[in-house]
Design a protein around this ligand. Structure first.
Ligand code: PMP
Length: 418
C-alpha cells in the first residue's frame, strides 16, 4: 500500500455497487463528478427511515409524524454542522445545486440587480451557474460579464478584479470546475467582492466531496451543492444563505409548509426561512441520506478524502500527459479530483466507449460547460473523476487503456470539427 492509498481506509466494501459484475468485469467507476456511489451506511439510513419513521413532517401530531419531523430537523442540523453555518435556518433543502442556483437567481437576483447593472461569472461555469444569471440579466436589463480564463482555461483572482466595476452587483463562481478540476480562489474572490459591496454566490457542486467547506470562513453570501455528488442520494440539494438575505427574499414556490396561514386576500405570505423556501412535502429520506453521507465523509476525514482524490487525479494527469498524442487540460495540479483530456484525432465519445469495454466509466462530451469547451476549441473531452473508493490500480488501468484508444464511429470529420 502506498501513502496515497492509505490516506483513507479501504472503503470499497462499503459500496455494494462496486462488487457487481458488469459484463464480466468489476466497475471501474471514474465518473464521480457526475454522481458518486452511495455507501451502505447511506443506503441503510434511507432504508431505516422508511422502515421506522416514514410520515410527513411539520404536520401530524401522531408519533410517526413527530419522528419524521425530528429526523428532518436533525438532518438540517447535521448539514449546518458540516458546513459550519451560523444557524440551521441558513440551510435550505432543495432538490439539487441547479435548483439552489435558480432560487438565488430568481429570489435574490432582482433584489440586487437592476437595469444597467452587471452580473459577473467566470469563463468555466457549468450551465447551471450560467443560464440562471443570463436569464436574470435578460429580465432585469443587466449585462452578463465573464471573468476571462488564462491559456490553461483557469480564471484567477486578477481576472475577476479586472471585471469588477461600479456597476457589478453580483458575482457567481464555481468553487471547483467540473471540467478540469480547477480550484478557484473563492475565499479571496469573496473578500475582494465584499470590499466592493458585491455579494457572491459559490457553486460548490464539485467541491463538497473533496475538501472541508466552512461557509463562515469562505463568507460567500450563498453556497450550494447536490448530495448525489458527495455519496448521498439524488434529488437532494442544499442552499446555504446568509440569514440577512433569506429574510429579505420572497419564496420561489408557494404552497403547503411554507406559509403558516393563508387567506383569500392579498397579503404577505411565507413562514420564516428556511421553511419559506421549502414549499410542499420535502424529500425527507433524501435529507436523512444526505446527513448520513456527511457522517460518512467526516468519519473518513474530509482532508484525507481530498488528498486521496487529488493524488489519484495527479497520477492520472501525469500518466496521461506522458502518452503520445494525449492532451490534458488545465495547468493546476488537479486538486479537485478531476482530469480532463483528449486523444488526438479520436472523438471523446469513441475514447469513452473504448474505456467502457474495460469496465471504466468516464464522462465524455461538453460537460454542461459549452462556452468553456468552445473556448478551448475542442468538441468535448474525456473526464475522469475520482472518489474515495478509487485505487491506484484503477488509475493505471485508465492510462493503459487510453494508450490503446482508436478511432470509431464518432471520429469522422463531421464530429471532430470544433
Ligand atoms: N455545478 C457544477 C460545477 C456541476 O458540476 C454540476 C453537476 N454536473 C452542477 C452545478 C449541477 O448539479 P445538479 O445537476 O446536481 O443540479
Amino acid at each position: 500500500m502506498t501513502a496515497e492509498q492509505t490516506a483513507v481506509r479501504d472503503v470499497r466494501a462499503d459500496f455494494p455497487i462496486l462488487a457487481k459484475d458488469l459484463d464480466g468485469k468489476p466497475p471501474v467507476y471514474l465518473d464521480n463528478a457526475a454522481t458518486t456511489q452511495m455507501p451502505r451506511q447511506v443506503l441503510d439510513a434511507i432504508c431505516d427511515y422508511y422502515c421506522t419513521d416514514n410520515s410527513n413532517v411539520e404536520r401530524g401530531v401522531h408519533k410517526l409524524g413527530m419522528r419524521a419531523t425530528d429526523r428532518f430537523m436533525r438532518s438540517r442540523e447535521r448539514v449546518r454542522a458540516f458546513l459550519n453555518a451560523a444557524a440551521a435556518p441558513e440551510v435550505v433543502f432543495t432538490k439539487s445545486a441547479t435548483e439552489s442556483l435558480n432560487l438565488v437567481a430568481q429570489c435574490f437576483g432582482p433584489l440586487a440587480v437592476s437595469e444597467g447593472d452587471e452580473v459577473l461569472i467566470s469563463g468555466l461555469e457549468h450551465h447551471s451557474n450560467l443560464l440562471p444569471w443570463r436569464q436574470l440579466c435578460v429580465r432585469t436589463g443587466a449585462t452578463l460579464k465573464v471573468a476571462e480564463v488564462d491559456e490553461h482555461g483557469e480564471p484567477s483572482l486578477e481576472s475577476f478584479l479586472a471585471k469588477i466595476t461600479d456597476r457589478t452587483r453580483l458575482i457567481a463562481v464555481a468553487h471547483v470546475s467540473n471540467v478540469q478540476g480547477t480550484v478557484n480562489p473563492v475565499r479571496e474572490i469573496v473578500a475582494e467582492a465584499h470590499r466592493h459591496g458585491v455579494p457572491v454566490v459559490v457553486d460548490g457542486a464539485q467541491a463538497i466531496a473533496h475538501r472541508p467547506v466552512d461557509v463562515q470562513d469562505i463568507d460567500a453570501d450563498f453556497y450550494c451543492f447536490s448530495a448525489h455528488k458527495m455519496y448521498g442520494p439524488h434529488g437532494t440539494g442544499v442552499l446555504h444563505g446568509k440569514a440577512e438575505h433569506f429574510e429579505r427574499m420572497a419564496p420561489l414556490l408557494l404552497g403547503g409548509g411554507m406559509a403558516p396561514i393563508a387567506t383569500y386576500e392579498d397579503g404577505p405570505v411565507g413562514a420564516r426561512p428556511p421553511l419559506r423556501f421549502e414549499a410542499g412535502s420535502p424529500n425527507i429520506a433524501g435529507m436523512v441520506g444526505t446527513a448520513a453521507a456527511m457522517d460518512y465523509l467526516d468519519d473518513l476525514g474530509r482532508e484525507a478524502v481530498g488528498a486521496h482524490d487529488a493524488a489519484l487525479a495527479a497520477r492520472a494527469a501525469e500518466g496521461l500527459r506522458a502518452l503520445d498524442g494525449v492532451t490534458v487540460y488545465g495547468a493546476q495540479k488537479p486538486l479537485g479530483g478531476i482530469v480532463s483530456f483528449n486523444v488526438d484525432g479520436v472523438h471523446p465519445h469513441d475514447v469513452g466507449g473504448h474505456l467502457d469495454t474495460f469496465g471504466i466509466a468516464t464522462r465524455t462530451g461538453v460537460h454542461c460547460a459549452t462556452p468553456f469547451i468552445d473556448g478551448l476549441g475542442i468538441v468535448g473531452s474525456v473526464r475522469a473523476s475520482f472518489g474515495v473508493y478509487n485505487t491506484i490500480e484503477e488509475v493505471d488501468l485508465l492510462i493503459e487503456s487510453v494508450a490503446t484508444a482508436e478511432k470509431g464511429f464518432w471520429s469522422n470529420e463531421r464530429f471532430l470539427a470544433g
